[in-house]
Design a protein around this ligand. Sequence first.
Ligand SMILES: [Mn+2]
Length: 195
Amino acid sequence: MTDTLSNPPVHALRPMPGETLCGDQIHCWHREQALWMALADGLGHGPEAHDAASRAMDHLPTLSALPLTECISRCDTLLRGTRGVALAVACIDPAGQLTHVAVGNVRSLLLHQGRLTRLGGARGIVGAGFHHLHVERHHLQPGDWLVMFSDGIREDVPIAAALEAALPTPHTALTLLQRWARDNDDAAILLYCHG
Ligand SMILES: [Mn+2]
């Protein structure tokens, strides 16, 4: 890895209270010097949601040699017969170029100098079809944050304020998860600070 991607992504997740398996899953990997990050929210909760989200995480690294839209389409085919997932995938190359796609109810935010940008997503479910996949690109500056989280965390939580003096550590991710996770769903959050 080059110095431009020196901060590893960090995350925290937990199942809905009363469940043992988490239907939200996160996976990060490297491919040809690019950093990939994915968050999947299996529909509903419990073992079947966990199975769908885990399968998505297993498939994506092997598909990431493909163009991003093709990668998501193949994942959609491979998840047929499962519950399906809401999914966000981000790729950051060594030059700081962020490429992002999302399907369904999952949140990705870019925080640049205190200003939040919500990244777009397509309607649908990976594993049951989707429409209008939209590939979004942004150039990251040092200090910019990418935050991805499931709908087990409310959309309007004060991300910018929470990250203003924060470090990209697992402890920060866990603290925010514990502060914001709802009692009626699985919850997951991923933090990446461009360094
Ligand atoms: Mn959910």
